[in-house]
Design a protein around this ligand. Structure first.
Ligand SMILES: Nc1ncnc2c1ncn2[C@@H]1O[C@H](COP(=O)(O)OP(=O)(O)OP(=O)(O)O)[C@@H](O)[C@H]1O
Ligand SMILES: [Mg+2]
Length: 260
């Protein structure tokens, strides 16, 4: 993995230099592959099940893909310092692998035994993490929480089978998100998750940048934005256009995802 965007000079809370897709924009490259995991919570999942979930494994660091996610995590922690932070992961266009990257980045954060990670599926039209992680969201998800003031955030957090990794699934599918992501309730939720737990990393799995303003709106709630470009799937112009949607000081970089 090359990591040109985040170097030692951009550590801690210093603002990032603007990133361009053709020069310093590449945060890392995730190769195609089926990374696996072996431990699970509450019950250990068999390797086959973790492969189905396309999850990296903490003792699997020799594998190139797991290494790529560890590197990505390390770069973000260098930027964020000791505080906990919220990272938005968004694809440039549908199918680039944003949800795959968000899920495995969250798993990589959770590998640190002193930390917890919370993955929030913010793709209201096409939520996918509950399916990918085989979580049965019987008590609803993010959209239900935002709609129903009687719900507590804890009601919509589910274990995933990866120790210390929780999921807030998308919940009720919505074609039009309206004010949901710019609502007070959404802002209060992300702020409290960031503020109350300094041992917790929050990863927002956003919808693709192309086609909706939601990813940009979600970036207002995040400390960092990781953009995912499907290798060979999107043009440099499309990547640059997507990058321009976000405040440059939040844009941590672009991950080139080489999906199978
Ligand atoms: N590097 C990879 N290695 C293995 N599988 C991958 C990789 N990248 C993506 N996939 C798989 O490809 C499929 C599409 O990826 P994903 O759902 O993450 O894309 P997306 O950009 O989030 O799409 P959407 O626009 O629907 O939100 C998923 O089944 C995912 O597990
Ligand atoms: Mg997705």
């Amino acid at each position: 993995m090359t990591a040109k965007t985040m170097n030692k000079q951009t550590r801690q809370r210093a603002p990032l230099a603007p990133v361009t897709a053709d020069s310093a924009g590449v945060l890392g490259t995730v190769p195609a592959g089926h990374a696996i995991s072996r431990y699970a919570e509450p019950e250990p999942l068999p390797v086959r099940k973790l492969e189905e979930r396309r999850l990296i494994h903490r003792h699997d660091w020799v594998r190139v893909q797991a290494d790529a996610f560890r590197e990505l995590r390390t770069r973000l922690v260098e930027l964020g310092g000791e505080r906990s932070f919220v990272t938005l992961v968004a694809s440039v266009a549908p199918g680039c692998g944003g949800s795959f990257v968000a899920r495995n980045l969250a798993a990589a954060f959770a590998f640190d035994e002193s930390k917890k990670a919370l993955l929030i599926d913010c793709n209201a039209r096409h939520p996918s993490q509950h399916t990918a992680l085989e979580v049965e969201a019987t008590g609803g998800g993010l959209m239900d929480y935002l709609d129903d003031p009687s719900l507590d955030v804890g009601d919509v957090v589910y274990p995933t089978g990866v120790p210390r990794l929780g999921l807030i699934p998308g919940g009720r599918v919505r074609e039009i998100t309206g004010e949901a992501f710019s609502s007070f309730r959404m802002r209060a939720m992300t702020d409290s998750l960031r503020g109350l737990y300094n041992d917790r990393y929050v990863i927002l799995d956003g919808p693709p940048v192309q086609g909706s303003p939601d990813a940009r709106i979600l970036s207002e709630l995040a400390d960092f934005v990781v953009l995912v470009a499907g290798y060979g799937r999107v043009s440099t112009a499309a990547v640059e256009k997507a990058m321009a949607s976000f405040p440059s000081e939040k844009l941590a970089g672009v991950v080139l995802n080489n999906s199978p």
